[in-house]
Write a protein that binds this ligand. Structure first.
Ligand SMILES: Nc1ncnc2c1ncn2[C@@H]1O[C@H](COP(=O)(O)OP(=O)(O)OP(=O)(O)O)[C@@H](O)[C@H]1O
Length: 259
């Protein structure tokens, strides 16, 4: 279980997160929602130990993340960032094997276990046959899936995903979140698409201006009132005819109303 308690993060004297408390139950998928700039990426980075809170605590299965040695933390959590780029001439296999570094005994050699974890992870994201492709020749969506494969090859307890469906077509958006759910890892995923969050998440946490404004099951949280308050758009919410989960439809902006 991931527990975030009263976390505050500032940068250049600007308060980015202010007293954020939320939790991700073991094995569940929680969507981190909120408008651009509300602090989603910063919260994921704080959980991963990459942004240092000046107040509060992040704990994974009861262990404060701030006290974990880097290698131990990397064995337990994997972050898929929004823009993973490299100028190095790496193959897809090389990129996925980066996920094995925290598990390696030898600094240089890939063990058969590493290679089979990498191949298995590529298969799980539907990229069998891509191992020898050069990273820079991949499409945006393929890169996104390779980054998820790298995170799965890491075999973490906690998966942190920053807008993992960016660049993906609708089939791959659904496939990726289905796969993440099936992986059964404790997962916190920043998402912009409220319908994907409603469809796949066990719970959602909604941030606005660095604070949690709502948290709970999507059907309880994703109401027209909350969407209007947080995103400043009008929306209707109905139950999906098959799953019963909320489906959000938006009203077009009206001329004269602020963007
Ligand atoms: N190092 C920094 N220095 C100054 N401001 C920062 C820094 N990092 C983040 N911010 C600011 O903090 C706010 C939150 O940024 P963050 O990237 O966490 O938001 P987000 O919710 O992930 O946004 P988006 O949906 O646009 O990706 C933004 O206003 C951003 O400009």
């Amino acid at each position: 279980m991931l527990a975030v308690t009263d976390v505050a993060v500032s940068a250049r004297a600007v308060r980015i997160l202010d007293g954020v408390t939320c939790a991700v139950a073991a094995g569940s998928l929680v969507g981190l929602l909120g408008p651009n700039g509300c602090g989603k990426t910063t919260l994921l980075r704080a959980v991963a130990g990459l942004a240092r809170p000046h107040r509060g605590e992040v704990a994974l299965d009861g262990d404060p993340v701030a006290g974990l040695p880097r290698r131990a933390a990397a064995r337990r959590m994997a972050l898929v960032a929004q823009h993973a780029e490299t100028d190095l001439d790496l193959t897809v296999r090389d990129v996925v094997l980066l996920g094995r570094i925290p598990h390696r005994r030898s600094r240089w050699a890939d063990s058969p276990t590493d290679l089979s974890a990498a191949a298995g992870a590529l298969g799980r994201v539907g990229l069998d046959g891509y191992a020898d492709r050069r990273w820079h020749t991949l499409s945006g969506g393929e890169r996104q899936r390779v980054q998820l494969a790298r995170a799965l090859a890491q075999e973490p307890d906690l998966l942190l995903l920053d807008e993992p469906t960016n660049h993906l077509d609708v089939r791959h958006q659904l496939h990726l979140l289905h796969l993440v759910r099936r992986a059964g890892l404790t997962t916190l995923a920043a998402l912009h698409d409220l319908n994907l969050a409603a469809m796949f998440c066990d719970a959602v946490v909604v941030l606005r201006a660095g604070r949690v404004v709502a948290a709970g099951p999507p059907a309880e949280v994703l109401t027209p009132g909350l969407i209007a308050e947080v995103y400043e758009v009008r929306a209707d919410v109905a139950a999906h005819p098959v799953t019963g989960r909320p489906v959000v439809t938006y009203h077009p902006p009206v001329d004269g109303e602020d963007a």
